[in-house]
Design a protein around this ligand. Structure first.
Ligand SMILES: Cc1cc2nc3c(=O)[nH]c(=O)nc-3n(C[C@H](O)[C@H](O)[C@H](O)COP(=O)(O)OP(=O)(O)OC[C@H]3O[C@@H](n4cnc5c(N)ncnc54)[C@H](O)[C@@H]3O)c2cc1C
Length: 489
């Protein structure tokens, strides 16, 4: 491994004494929805003598980025009736919420994301105390994995704060990375903060102007959080198209219509959807039902497109698709639209031309989409809400860098994540599927496209658990055991 990783990954490498490490059959790195639910499946079905650990850097287990929010205004963007963690028990979350959440909970309710975090926490608690198959061993390790080192039949996972863990199988459940560096020069200033960073909302006064780069779900979240924090200054959202996520609305369902032998081009699919939306409208059914009816076919649709067509989709259709597919809860839409009516929130569309720091502000010039004229904004803080960075070479930190360096992983052709096979096995740099390194969640977006939200991830978790449990682990161990290894040099 390169020196930089040795240094970062292994704080104790100065100390040449052997260290005591834990051995686990399976280690899942990342304990958000994907890692937690995968662990629950594994523990329910595992056989005696197996050992499993989830390593997650978050302060509260099982929350991940989405469900760790403490803002009550951050609501799920999927109805309660569709948020079960288990594909074979579709009302599991609804039943839990009806027992545990205040107020009336209906299948159509949009509950706080923090409540969903509690639900995931309760699954973890259940598995720790009751539901686990007898004789399996489980540990939740609160730490950051900083590198994974490959040896012929096991991996050594180096942690930021503790001794390494050795595993036969590693699953990457890393979730979404923060937005990448702002893609324009001049925005490297300390006044420009990535969304989700600890201090991005701190220290603002009502005279401040906050500019959000991007107008998707993240910008909506940040706007609501600023509002909840009592910020009364101006909030501007700037994105290329100036499109906001659309709002959910109750509508009768529309039957599945994607035929197996349908158009294999973006334009063909676009036309097909428009035609279907028109037919739905003629019978009083809203376009939302048409989009929702496509949901089970989205992965197949993506896979039916050639690489060039997928590129075309990303370039020309993605922005429009995202606002129709990723919709917001009605209550969120109401708050947002009130803020716009009061003039506190403004949406701007255009391409950024230049940015520069000027006294206590950042000046951002952009070409307006509608008129082609140039406008300059003056903001005291800029928050980058341009969506998660998917180029894992840039965003993955030392953990991914260590995997790339050992040729254990490769990016998918569109740099949407890592290349994986149909089981979630990670492909190495030569395209060979690993027998021991797997991935789940947004990291599989290149292969599946629709690999971000609970309805798809719960299926991935169940399938990956079955796939892993079928594998013969190299050595059967009665319990995880401690052994000594030398620090990486
Ligand atoms: C703000 C937001 C709101 C969302 N709302 C919804 C919704 O309402 N409904 C829905 O279906 N989907 C929603 N989603 C989609 C969401 O991505 C999935 O629902 C789900 O949370 C993804 O889970 P995950 O475990 O794959 O990723 P995450 O939840 O991001 O979990 C990944 C975990 O891995 C940890 N990690 C990463 N690297 C390391 C490392 N090196 N060492 C240790 N730990 C590491 C992270 O800290 C994190 O805890 C939302 C997403 C976001 C970002």
């Amino acid at each position: 491994m390169a020196d930089k990783h040795k240094a970062q990954s292994h704080p104790s490498s100065k100390n040449e004494r052997p260290m005591s490490v834990d051995f686990k059959d399976i280690v899942v790195i990342g304990g958000g929805f994907s890692g937690t639910v995968l662990a629950v499946h594994l523990l329910r079905q595992s056989v005696a003598g197996r050992s499993l650990a989830v390593m997650d850097e978050g302060t509260v287990p099982a929350r991940g980025l989405a469900y760790g929010t403490t803002y009550a205004c951050h609501l799920l963007n999927v109805q309660a009736g569709e948020m079960s963690a288990f594909p074979d028990d579709p009302e599991h979350f609804l039943n839990w919420a009806q027992r545990n959440c205040s107020g009336i909970v209906e299948p159509q309710s949009f509950l706080p994301r923090a409540s969903y975090g509690e639900y995931l926490g309760s699954l973890l608690e259940g598995i720790q105390t009751r539901e686990r198959a007898a004789g399996t061993e489980f540990a939740w390790i609160r730490d950051t994995a900083v590198s994974v080192e490959n040896s012929p039949d096991e991996f050594v996972i180096h942690r930021r704060n503790g001794p390494p863990v050795v595993a036969s199988i590693v699953v990457l459940a890393l979730g979404n990375f923060p937005p990448g560096n702002a893609p324009f020069r001049g925005l490297e200033s300390r006044r420009v903060l990535p969304a989700w960073s600890k201090n991005s909302l701190a220290g603002l006064s009502d005279d401040d102007v906050v500019l959000l780069i991007g107008s998707g779900l993240t910008s909506v979240d940040v706007t609501l959080a600023l509002h909840a924090d009592g910020f009364h200054g101006k909030i501007q959202l700037l994105s290329r198209h100036g499109l906001l996520p659309l709002c959910h609305q109750l509508t009768p369902p529309w039957p599945r219509f994607y035929p197996e032998r349908s158009a294999r081009t973006v334009l063909g699919l676009w036309r097909l959807i428009r035609k279907e939306v028109a037919s739905a409208a003629a019978t009083g059914v809203d376009w939302r039902a048409v989009i929702d009816s496509l949901r089970p076919s989205l992965q197949t649709m993506w896979q039916s497109l050639s690489l060039n067509e997928r590129r075309r989709f990303l370039r020309h259709a993605r922005a429009y698709w995202e606002v129709h597919r990723h919709r917001i809860a009605p209550a969120v839409a109401r708050t947002f639209s009130n803020l716009m009516k009061e003039g506190r929130v403004e949406i701007l569309a255009g391409r950024i031309l230049s940015c520069r720091e000027n006294f206590n502000a950042i000046e951002v010039s952009f070409r307006k989409r509608e008129t082609g004229t140039t406008q300059t904004l003056r903001a005291t803080r800029v928050i980058n809400c341009s969506g998660p960075e998917t180029d894992y070479r840039k965003a993955g930190g030392p953990l991914l860098a260590s995997l790339f360096e050992q040729n254990l992983v490769r990016q998918d052709a569109l740099a949407l994540g890592l290349d994986v096979d149909e089981d979630g096995a990670v492909l190495d740099s030569s395209g060979r599927a690993s027998q021991r390194l797997f991935a789940i969640g947004p990291v599989c977006k290149g292969r599946l496209w629709e690999s971000t939200a609970v309805p798809e991830l719960r299926v991935q978790a169940a399938n990956l658990a079955s796939c892993l449990l079928k594998r013969k682990l190299r050595r059967s161990r009665s319990v995880s055991r401690r052994r000594e290894i030398l620090p990486v040099r």
